[in-house]
Design a binder for this molecule. Sequence first.
Ligand code: NAD
Length: 523
Amino acid sequence: MAGSLKSASAVQRLRSLTPLTGLAPGAHEIATVHAPFSGQPFAELPLAGPADLDHAVEVAREAQAGWASVRARAKADILRRFRTLLLDRSEEILDILQIETGKARRHAFEELADVVFVAAYYDGVAERLLRPRRRKGAIPALTRTVEVRHPHGVVGVIAPWNYPLALAVSDSIPAVLAGNAVIVKPDVQTTHTALAALQLLLEAELPEGVLQVLPGDGQGTGAGLVDRVDYVSFTGSTTTGRLVARRAAARLIGCSLELGGKNPMIVRADANLHRAAAGAVRGSFANAGQLCIASERLYVHRAVFKRFLASLVDQARALRLGAALDYDSDMGSLTYEHQLRRVEEHVGDAVAKGAVVRAGGRTRPDIGPLFYEPTVLTGVTPDMRIHSEETFGPVVSVYPFSDDDEAVALANDSCYGLNASIWSTDITTSLQMARRIKAGTVNVNESYSASWGSVDAPMGGRKDSGLGRRHGAEGLLKFTESQTVAVQRGLPLDLAASWLGRRRTRNAVVAVLRRFRPRGSRP
Ligand code: NAD
């Protein structure tokens, strides 16, 4: 009873956020949004049409003109207040996150912590990274060259539903700090989470219009946004990423694409097996496996395969599933029905072709309509869909390997290259293997959080997992356009050439080229 009262008041609070959407006045198509925990509708969401897109971009352009000239210190102060508000009001935000996604509260909290972490990082480094930089001039001492960074203008952030706070807000923070206005297009299912963050940003005194949230579908609103903004930061599936890339290319605007994965984890024979199995459980079942950097393929050395599998199966079976707005469960629900269908299809296809279910393998309608047990499969072969397609659910396949070369080859046997993990007590060998794995991030003795949490270092995908990086300097500078300003002192270059004559100019240039050393290179 107390639980349902809590849930009812959280839904009321969530609905109060709907008017914050950046929609133009007038009638709108309405989407009904359902709660994954119960299957019940909880909100009616107005969706943006072309007029709303035009309106939002106009508002953003006006706001950006003033925002770009706000001093870096003042921008950082706003973010500092936002971080404090997020922590003070974290329980409210976690309720909204859980209602919209059906994830366990501990996974919702990880998301909130990520936003605080990223905001703290960028408000600490943005001013330094965006400062004009002296560069080596064409003629030493006579050419003074400076690299200046300008915001693109209006940035579209298109986000998926699986980590709707982190992926909508953590990517918007560097864009805003770089002086852009941002229009966030969340998934319809998780729009209120983005609105809750917007409310806190406004309370933290972010000027109106610098960040807007535009609710809408992908093909209409998402594509329409790509057609109107100056840069796109997209997170979602590889299929959609390709469409976004084509659209952005047609307009010659930049985009970053954070896409899907089928991430390998390697357990060497010398690994601490209990810790590796615990890492696999965290890495494969976090957010019910709806995590782009989740481990879906586990490669385990033959010598320890049985022992590792036993520990993994025990730990997977021990996970508690739950549908309450509290911290008691280890794993929550899937978010969308089509996601549950995909998991069922992948497991069904694998089992029909001979794979063995070692743990889980069942839906749990007794807990909620979209629950699926943490599932461990063995005997998976290349003809099964789950072998190479991203499942994006709580299912992991375990394969044996014989030596490090085979493990690296198996890890690289995928069109994706997002994240990987190696478990071993031999750090030197692990580091050598890491460099041979074609993935944007590789974790040693951790599944994903070591690299993801290293926000000073870039994170992103190779191969079909994406283009561009978030985090680190790249995650900020991609939201800027560089401009090189060079001041020539003394004799202008062409005047010097005409005064010296062509042959002597040529000799002078040859002499300069012979002595030319790029900054930092050895003599
Ligand atoms: P999706 O591609 O279906 O949708 C992502 C977003 O794009 C949504 O907001 C959607 O409305 C919008 N969209 C859809 N079609 C569009 C179009 N034609 N033009 C513009 N926008 C459009 O992905 P999803 O199912 O929401 O998310 C799951 C996928 O995202 C998985 O593949 C997962 O691996 C990936 N993902 C990647 C990362 C990463 O950092 N690499 C993080 C989270 C999720």
